[in-house]
Design a protein around this ligand. Structure first.
Ligand SMILES: [Zn+2]
Length: 115
């Protein structure tokens, strides 16, 4: 490849141009240039993702490339929300199963005279 600063041919493996010292790592430069000023990683996106997990998920997918910090926050909020929802469903299921198992024993206590 050729140095983008001085134009001399240089080895692909080197990180800096041996002639002028310019970094040859274009990925690093591109990442810095592409940093979006609105990509603040605000906790507000996590809150939004928490209360509206679907929006958080969509924002995460849309922003993954352009605003990775905001995407991470929105995705994190949605994930925490999803974990809490799933936990609640599991707890309710366990309560339901326990109740179903105990019902034959509970019924005579609750309704001693029969239903
Ligand atoms: Zn150079």
């Amino acid at each position: 490849m050729y140095c983008k600063n001085c134009g001399k041919e240089i080895n692909n493996d080197v990180e800096f141009c041996p002639y002028c010292g310019t970094s040859t790592n274009e990925k690093t430069n591109l990442t810095n240039q592409n940093t979006n000023p609105s990509d603040t990683g605000s906790a507000g996106w996590a809150v939004l993702g928490f209360f509206v997990p679907l929006v958080g998920l969509i924002l995460y997918l849309v922003w993954r490339e352009t605003e990775p910090k905001n995407a991470k926050m929105a995705g994190k909020g949605a994930l925490i929300s999803a974990i809490i929802y799933v936990s609640l469903i599991i707890i309710l299921l366990i309560c339901g199963i326990i109740t179903a198992f105990l019902l034959p024993y509970l019924l005579p206590i609750l309704f001693p005279n029969g239903l």
